[in-house]
Design a protein around this ligand. Structure first.
Ligand SMILES: Nc1ncnc2c1ncn2[C@@H]1O[C@H](COP(=O)(O)OP(=O)(O)OP(=O)(O)O)[C@@H](O)[C@H]1O
Ligand SMILES: [Mg+2]
Length: 250
């Protein structure tokens, strides 16, 4: 047998991580205007992936297409090997994709704890409870009886992510999570993302903030005018000045 072995019965051949999400040749848009053109994108189990691009590049549209809010007009979206394109957004959420929109949309008149309860869903791979959430986001415990509308931008972002976790997602879609947050708050957000990764939640996040993404993402896609222009390791992209200035104007 050609397979090389190391101590005991540990196999030296690394196991290929499974593809969790796959977009293949996806077109999408609004009414007659086509925004995404043959988008190919993958997220593997346990990965944090960045979707980078300038304003209007189509980042939100890509995430909305995965979440079932902007159905594809061509191509396929597969989650865990099953086709999800064309399914209703609540069905896609139930299959294990949690979506945090760019405007966060927390309930202003509900308390933090009530916002979490709204996100609760039975079943799923991991069981998130408010207690487990408060263990991960201690600041939310302090705020649990405050109304959502009175929270700061960073606190609202934390609550939006936490509420989505209550649906037990295997994949989180975060649309520009660092937008409008102070650098110190962005650092806390980065720590939370790395802890979620340790918990086995895969993440696809859209961003324009390179400093933030280079600290948390494994791989990155560059989007321009609805087309993927580059795909690679985050560390390689962060050092590629030609690509950064061409597609992100950095
Ligand atoms: N509901 C809509 N109806 C029509 N066109 C839309 C709609 N939403 C977005 N668009 C258009 O689609 C294109 C891509 O927008 P999208 O919001 O996906 O970009 P983005 O990369 O998320 O930008 P930003 O960084 O500003 O959030 C833009 O030209 C935008 O005007
Ligand atoms: Mg956007």
């Amino acid at each position: 047998m050609a397979e090389s072995r190391i101590s005991g019965n540990q196999c030296a051949v690394a196991r290929q991580p499974a593809v969790l999400l796959e977009m293949a040749g996806v077109d999408a848009g609004y009414g007659l205007s086509r925004i995404l053109f043959r988008v190919d994108l993958r997220v593997y189990e346990g990965e944090v992936v960045a979707l980078l691009g300038r304003n209007g590049a189509g980042k939100s549209t890509t995430l909305k297409t995965i979440a079932g809010l902007t159905p594809p007009t061509a191509g396929r979206v597969l989650f865990n090997g099953r086709e999800i394109s064309g399914k209703a957004s609540y069905v896609i959420a139930r299959e294990g994709i949690g979506y945090v929109p760019q405007d966060r949309r927390i309930f202003a008149d509900l308390t933090v704890r009530e916002n979490l309860e709204v996100g609760r869903r039975a079943g799923g791979k991991t069981e998130w409870t408010p207690e487990r959430i408060f263990g991960m986001f201690p600041a939310l415990r302090e705020l649990s009886i405050r109304r959502g509308g009175t929270l700061s931008g960073g606190e609202q972002q934390m609550l939006a992510v936490a509420r989505t976790l209550m649906g037990n997602p295997r994949l989180l879609l975060l649309d520009e999570p660092s937008e409008g947050l102070a650098p110190i708050v962005v650092r806390t957000l980065a720590e939370h993302i790395l802890r979620l990764k340790e918990e086995g939640v895969a993440i696809l996040l859209s961003e324009q903030n390179l400093l933030f993404t280079r600290g948390v993402c494994d791989r990155a896609y560059l989007l321009e005018k609805g087309r993927i222009q580059h795909e690679g390791r985050m560390s390689d992209l962060a050092n590629d000045q030609r690509l950064l200035s061409r597609y992100l104007m950095i």
